[in-house]
Design a binder for this molecule. Structure first.
Ligand code: MLT
Length: 262
């Protein structure tokens, strides 16, 4: 499926993959900071933002694998035939790992932000499936925003940037409910992909907000320790969303990583 994709900037290709239940506009502050360095492709994953959801059964569950294939197809349509660097945040990281498994040759480097390689526990998977049913039934993602907003941002953004927090609460509540439910089901079915990341033998950067309560600092540090040669950057005064909470520091971490590859 071809996704809605915004293309900006000049230089080496950098693909940005958003988290749940968000859309590509979460990358706007980063795009502004990296557009002179990279040609940036930011996609809306299927069923989210302005990308469509397939009809029928395929629209019930957006697997990480299907989302990964969508990105490769979309980049093909945008004329990107070669290798690229890709950065994925949280669910975007799960999609990046599925892409690594299926399309390793397309990667030049990978940046994983505030994500994990481990699958859901059975209890977490069950909670996601129940949430998906409830969202479908309500025809609204409001309940997802109510769950996510207090956990998405760290204490600094919550105190100092109430406008940012309110903006994303409203965006999440207005997210397309069928797409949100399908993504939640897809996340519940993802396997462990630590070995995929190790076997990829790619330049790897792991970034985490030091106050992230969704994918904690220590878990990401553990991934960095398991992946030979991986770089690890903790972003101070940030929760789960460094690209929004600390865009300067987040862009700097990615720029420094890409500069080292050049
Ligand atoms: C995300 O930010 O994409 C989600 O928190 C991921 C998740 O729920 O596992």
């Amino acid at each position: 499926m071809i996704l809605s994709c915004e293309v900006e900037g000049v230089g080496e290709p950098l693909v940005l993959v958003h988290g749940f239940p968000l859309d590509r506009s979460m990358w706007t502050p980063l795009v502004e900071r990296l557009r002179e360095r990279c040609r940036i492709f930011s996609v809306d994953l299927r069923g989210l933002g302005s990308s469509p959801l397939p009809e029928g059964e395929a629209g019930r569950m957006s697997t990480m694998e299907a989302m990964a294939d969508d990105i490769v197809e979309t980049l093909g349509a945008e004329g990107v035939g070669g290798a690229f660097a890709l950065a994925g945040l949280s669910m975007g990281g799960y999609v990046a790992l599925a892409m690594l498994e299926r399309h390793r040759a397309r990667f030049r480097a990978v940046v994983l932000l505030d994500t994990r390689t481990a699958p859901d526990t059975p209890e977490a998977a069950q909670r996601r499936l129940e949430l998906a049913e409830a969202v479908d039934e309500a025809g609204s993602a409001r309940m997802v925003a109510d769950l996510m907003t207090p956990r998405l941002f760290g204490p600094d953004a919550t105190r100092d940037q109430p406008g940012l927090v309110a903006e994303w609460d409203a965006k999440m509540a207005a997210a397309p409910p069928r797409g949100v439910a399908a993504a939640a089901r897809g996340m519940s079915a993802r396997p462990d992909r630590l070995q995929t990341l190790i076997d990829a033998q790619l330049p790897t950067l792991l970034v985490v907000g030091e106050h992230d309560v969704i994918t904690p600092h220590d878990e990401m540090k553990g991934i960095a320790a398991a992946v030979p040669g991986a770089s690890f950057v903790a972003i101070p005064r940030s929760g789960h969303m460094p690209p929004l909470e600390q865009p300067d520091l987040c862009a700097e971490a990615i720029r420094t990583f890409l500069d080292r590859l050049a």
